[in-house]
Design a protein around this ligand. Structure first.
Ligand SMILES: NC(=O)c1ccc[n+]([C@@H]2O[C@H](COP(=O)([O-])OP(=O)(O)OC[C@H]3O[C@@H](n4cnc5c(N)ncnc54)[C@H](OP(=O)(O)O)[C@@H]3O)[C@@H](O)[C@H]2O)c1
Length: 325
């Protein structure tokens, strides 16, 4: 069948994205054909588009979406046409009205979770689940720091961390975003464009520093993040919103207090279908409980994906953004 998709023929700025007709074959063995109703926008889509993470061309962007099963490939058990499902760790190909996807990569949606919420929560929520429960197990009473706390991953992270009993120091890039970060559970919010983050963290922790810092901003915050840690603390660099951290002197980890650094990806943590199913259940449960709400603060037509990318990259968005196919 033919469907509409946003495709790129080469890496570049937002203008390389084009709405085109593509051919979607019938679902192969182990696959489901989805009619998508909402698609999640994620920072990784901009890395795929810009060439920071190189792709074979032409390429359809998009790792996250929700919709309805239209057809079931051979060998698939437990799914039928009409089931509502969502996915958040690819495979890539989400910026489309229809797509095929391996059945092991999707999760069935309960009635309580709408399609837009699902499309906005899967990649970011699974990332948060791995950051808080696997990369580092956050404990009740700990004070931790998360950069870009008013962003898509940020608002889910802070609510989930609060539900676990942690106190979150959030950083944001504008005073307007302070209220967004506070509304989603940050105990302290620092505007890192106008305040000294290391000094504020010292004040808040009585000079002790933090056991863990979560940094999806990358290049511009890396050194600050290391300086916020207590001895033997862990820096989790999980993104490159300001550009990638390309190299650094390993000796710094020694001189700053025997620190640890890790660079995780949710795809590695969710590589196994069983682990993905378990993490998805946790995510669905915490959203159903109302402890984590998914603020969909921006909606665009799929055809306007270029504008959505411009807004995300210019720091104009807060919370979650979805594309409607
Ligand atoms: N490792 C993984 O598996 C994984 C999975 C999901 C997401 N991520 C990463 O998590 C981060 C957040 O993703 P998201 O989709 O939720 O995006 P987002 O947080 O909604 O948007 C990125 C935010 O980063 C901040 N930022 C700081 N410096 C920036 C700069 N120079 N250019 C643009 N933004 C800048 C901005 O917030 P302020 O204005 O408040 O500074 C911006 O709103 C990204 O780095 C993403 O790659 C990683």
């Amino acid at each position: 069948m033919k469907t509409k998709a946003v495709e790129i023929a080469q890496a570049g700025g937002p203008d390389v994205m084009r709405l085109v007709d593509i051919e979607v074959p019938p679902p192969g063995a182990g696959e489901l054909l989805l009619r998508q109703t909402a698609i999640g926008l994620n920072y990784i889509d901009t890395y795929h588009r810009s060439g920071l993470y190189p792709l074979p061309m032409p390429a359809v962007l998009g790792m996250e979406g929700a919709g309805v099963v239209e057809a079931v490939g051979s060998g698939v058990k437990g799914y039928k046409a009409g089931d509502r499902v969502a996915y958040g760790v690819g495979p890539r190909g989400g910026y489309a009205r229809h797509r095929n996807i391996p059945a092991g990569r999707v999760v069935k949606l309960p009635k309580a979770i709408g399609d837009e919420t699902a499309a906005g929560m899967m990649l970011k929520g699974l990332t948060v689940r791995s950051l808080l429960r696997a990369v580092y197990k956050v404990k009740r009473g700990e004070t931790i720091l998360f950069h870009a706390a008013a962003g898509g991953v940020g608002v889910i992270f802070t609510q989930w961390a609060k539900a676990l009993g942690a106190r979150v120091i959030g950083t944001v890039g504008s005073d307007d975003k302070i209220a967004v970060a506070k509304a989603h559970g940050c105990t302290h919010v620092i505007n890192y464009r106008t305040e000294n983050v290391v000094e504020r963290v010292k004040e808040i922790t009585g000079g002790a520093g933090l056991p863990v810092v979560y940094d999806g901003v990358g290049q511009s915050t890396f050194m600050t993040s290391l300086d916020c840690l207590r001895p033997r603390g862990l820096l989790v660099v999980f993104g490159n919103a300001s550009g990638p951290v390309k190299s650094f002197d390993l000796g710094l980890l020694a001189s700053k207090g025997s620190l640890y650094v890790t660079r995780p990806t949710v795809m590695t943590y969710m590589a196994d279908d069983k682990e993905l199913a378990e993490a998805s259940r946790d995510l669905i449960d915490i959203v159903k409980s109302g402890k984590v709400k998914i603020p969909i603060n921006q909606r665009y037509a799929l055809a306007d994906a270029a504008q959505a990318h411009r807004d995300l990259e210019s720091r104009a968005t807060t919370g979650t953004t979805i594309l409607i196919p």
